[in-house]
Design a protein around this ligand. Structure first.
Ligand code: ADP
Ligand code: MG
Length: 190
């Protein structure tokens, strides 16, 4: 797990309006092309904000399976998926977590260390676990008097998240820039 020292933490963020669920899915799909093993994506927002919808679209895009059943892990707490390359995606929902011991039992830290891509709903329930690690925070907020619109705020904290988020923001604005700059740096994407 990659932890940033406080002095080296850098952050970047942007906000945009998602007009409907398809727009949410499009953003998640773009992001799916930028994430890699061991990344931690934290999804916040009230019940019904669209956290699961976002995670579902991202997982479907990663697995290139638009019809894949991605159930909410609200009762199982964790649902795992195998990527074609053999690595795992963990989709967690910590809403029903009971305490620090439960978090440890889930083995989230170990999974991140082993290279799982981690999508976590209700990360606030295990705030201490995610505090110092490189992460992308995705906050979804409903919009008053509109069932379909959501305001999304993304904040990339630590590692190369600010650079990646910049690329994502450019892609969102122009639709033409490369949303996956890390590939240019010759990193391997297992
Ligand atoms: N722009 C949008 N983005 C995401 N979901 C939306 C949007 N507009 C409407 N919805 C609906 O809101 C609900 C979100 O549910 P869900 O993803 O389970 O929320 P959460 O996991 O945050 O509790 C779904 O019924 C979805 O169809
Ligand atoms: Mg949910």
């Amino acid at each position: 797990m990659s932890r940033s020292g406080l002095s080296t933490v850098n952050t970047n963020s942007f906000e945009r309006m998602l007009q409907d669920e398809q727009a949410t899915a499009r953003l998640a799909t773009t992001l799916a092309g930028m994430v890699r093993r061991g990344d931690v994506l934290l999804l916040s927002g009230p019940l019904g904000a669209g956290k699961t919808a976002f995670a579902r679209a991202l997982i479907r895009a990663r697995l290139a399976d638009p019809g894949l059943v991605v159930a909410s892990p609200s009762f199982t707490l964790v649902q795992t998926y195998c990527e074609p390359q053999g690595s795992e995606i963990w989709h967690a929902d910590l809403y029903r977590l009971n305490g620090e011991e439960d978090v440890e039992d889930l083995g989230l830290e170990e999974a991140i260390d082993e290279g799982a891509l981690m999508l976590v709903e209700w990360p606030e329930r295990a705030a201490a676990l995610f505090e110092g690690i490189d992460r992308l925070e995705i906050r979804l907020a409903p919009v008053a008097c509109d069932d379909n619109r959501r305001l999304v705020h993304l904040a990339g904290i630590g590692g190369d998240w600010p650079a990646r988020l910049n690329a994502l923001a450019c892609h969102e604005m122009t639709g033409i820039s490369d949303p996956a700059p890390h590939h240019k740096k010759g990193r391997t994407e297992p």
